[in-house]
Design a protein around this ligand. Structure first.
Ligand code: SF4
Ligand code: SF4
Length: 124
């Protein structure tokens, strides 16, 4: 049986951390960038995704239920901070920030084999 992408049944980091990024990544400056309407100015240099500013962050672009099924509605246009956030073990090592977000949502940290997709062809 094919395993789902673990992030698509998680979303904890998008509802735990503040997703802020260099202001020019927004689409008022960079065509195809982060939709500026989904952001607020954080300071002179940075914007933040709406929903992430308070003590209980949840990014406005996150759709679904954390720990069940989620998606990022701006996946192709998400900021560098989101693109660079690595799920634990996706590149062979844990990420304590991924683990912390999952734990905060009552989810166990990903196991080292979380990204083994048995149905995918493997190099010989
Ligand atoms: S933009 Fe997408 S990936 Fe980034 S925090 Fe929001 S929902 Fe998550
Ligand atoms: S907390 Fe980790 S597993 Fe969950 S969505 Fe974020 S990167 Fe993926």
């Amino acid at each position: 049986m094919e395993r789902p992408n673990p992030c698509l049944t998680c979303g904890a980091c998008c509802a735990y951390y503040r997703a802020s990024f260099y202001w020019a990544e927004a689409d008022d400056e960079t065509p195809g960038g982060v939709p500026v309407a989904l952001t607020r100015k954080l300071n002179e240099h940075r914007r933040v995704m709406i929903g992430c500013e308070g003590s209980k962050p949840r990014c406005i672009a996150l759709e679904g239920t954390v720990g069940e099924q989620v998606c990022c509605t701006i996946y192709e246009r998400r900021s560098s901070v989101c693109r660079e956030f690595e799920a634990s073990w996706i590149n062979g090592k844990p990420n304590e920030r991924c683990d912390a977000a999952r734990i905060a949502w009552g989810l166990a940290p990903l196991e080292p084999d979380a990204w083994d997709f048995p149905n995918l062809p493997r190099a010989a």
